[in-house]
Design a protein around this ligand. Structure first.
Ligand code: SF4
Length: 465
């Protein structure tokens, strides 16, 4: 069993996969379960409680709106990113919500949507409990955990729910880097080939390819939107959007070569500026609540699109097949992090978000550039090794500072990691599995204040005005 590429890359909304996408999915799951139980019309009140990191930074991460819209039956993939916030504001103002899109009940934001800033649930820092009543009688209560990347676990009562992989048997299961390399050696397939064979066990190949190109088209649209939008990001920090202005400057200074030609730009480092632009564009869209692909999280959503844009624009011969393979390799690597460690900033700090995305992008680019599976594994290891210890300390609890620039820098780092690995023969001292284990241990040792609580680091040294 492996995690599917479509679990790692899902279409959602900003600004946070764990604090926006996950809570919306959990709230929708709770409302849908009520509807399926046949007791929806008995409900007179619903209360949502957000704990731990969700409680500490949920306000800046859009968790209020996400929960409310999820309770109304909205889904992160299809919710209208413009009308959604308006609808949430309207529901809060009138004090009513349409549960599961069918049953209108009173809703008091202060009493029914509670952010516990200092209370956590024992299993995971991103816990949520939803309770429904009929009059004074409790009908049902469910706890969910948003474990990063938009993944949501139901509390099954065991106290330690785990990801239930798709039970469909796949031909080449892997959980670790070593197992992935073994599957490549046994089959002679590249990593993209192993991952594709596993995906095809779940759905027809044409569907897999079309789905991945759709993911790419949403990434590209996100970049286009980010490059065309000016102004100030929401949330009160008054962070200016920079991608549109940078885009105009780069168009004048050094247009990137088309995929089918190879003219060098005038400035030999111009590619770095384009990579920076693409990452800024995605993360500014994310910060403003726009449509993004979680890759593997929203806070780190700019890195894979930026490196893939680099491949499309600067690596001759990159075509739709290369794009599909790139996403398959990135997902194969991301699935190892998801299954053996964590991609949640609230659990392991930013090393698990930006570090993981850098690692995925580095490995994917290495294979696109002709690397062997061993070189790909090396590139992915380098991508994480130099993010070890990276804390999560978003200023004001907003996914803006340091998140937006951090994606740009990590994108360049991913390309460096890929190129460094390709200069070697794949033999190296620290394996991908060892660096992932180190990341997890480092995250466990990290003080809570550095794990998406906005109570440490930059978050306390920048004065909000
Ligand atoms: S600092 Fe990193 S992990 Fe934290 S919110 Fe920003 S991108 Fe996500």
């Amino acid at each position: 069993m492996t995690v599917s590429v479509f679990d790692l890359f899902s279409i959602g909304i900003g600004p946070s996969s764990s604090h926006t996408v996950g809570p919306m999915r959990a709230a929708k799951r709770f409302a849908t379960a009520l509807a399926e139980s046949g007791r929806l019309t008995e409900v007179t009140r619903v209360r949502a409680e957000l704990f731990g990191s969700l409680g500490a930074t949920g306000h800046g991460h859009g968790s209020y709106n996400a929960v409310l819209l999820g309770l109304e039956g909205e889904d992160p993939e299809s919710v209208d990113t413009t009308a959604g916030p308006r609808r949430a504001a309207e529901a809060m103002a009138e004090g009513k919500l349409l549960l599961a899109g069918q049953h209108r009940i009173p809703f008091d934001r202060d009493a029914d949507l509670i952010l516990h800033r200092r209370r956590s649930l024992p299993f995971h820092p991103n816990g949520m409990t939803f309770t429904a009543w009929t009059g004074d009688t409790e009908l049902t209560s469910r706890t969910y955990y948003s474990i990063g990347g938009g993944f949501v676990l139901d509390d099954d009562g065991s106290g330690a729910p785990s990801i239930v992989s798709d039970p469909t048997p796949v031909p080449y299961p892997f959980r670790t880097g070593v197992e992935l390399l073994d599957r490549c050696t046994e089959t002679g397939l590249p990593i993209a080939g192993v991952m594709l064979a596993n995906e095809v066990a779940r759905r027809p190949e044409a569907e897999v390819r079309a789905g991945l190109l759709r993911i790419w088209s949403v990434m590209a649209e996100c970049v286009r939107n980010g490059c065309a939008t000016t102004g100030v990001l929401p949330g009160g920090l008054k962070v200016r959007r920079r991608a549109a202005e940078l885009h105009q400057k780069l168009l004048i200074e050094s247009a990137p070569p088309a995929a089918d030609s190879t003219p060098l730009p005038l400035d030999p480092l111009a590619a770095m500026d384009w990579i920076t632009l693409w990452a800024l564009a995605v993360n500014e869209e994310n910060a403003s609540g726009g449509r993004v692909v979680t890759a593997p999280t929203n806070g780190a959503a700019g890195i894979i699109p930026a490196v893939l844009h680099y491949a499309v624009r600067f690596v001759p011969g990159t075509n739709d097949d290369s794009i599909i393979d790139f996403l398959l390799v990135a997902a194969a690597l991301g699935s190892i992090y998801q299954q053996t460690a964590s991609i949640s900033g609230a659990e392991v700090g930013c090393q698990g978000e930006v570090g993981t995305a850098c690692s995925m992008a580095a490995g994917a680019l290495a294979e696109l550039l002709g690397g062997t599976p061993e070189q790909v594994e090396n590139a992915a290891e380098i991508g994480m090794e130099h993010h070890l210890g990276l804390t999560c300390d978003p200023v004001g609890g907003l996914v803006q500072i340091p998140c937006i620039e951090r994606n740009a820098v990590a994108s360049v780092k991913a390309i460096t990691a890929a190129r460094l690995a390709l200069r070697g023969d794949g033999q190296h001292t620290v394996s991908l599995d060892k660096v992932i284990k180190t990341m997890m241990q480092t995250g466990a040792d990290m003080k809570i204040k550095y794990k998406e609580t906005a109570r440490g680091g930059l978050a306390v040294n920048i004065v909000e005005c």
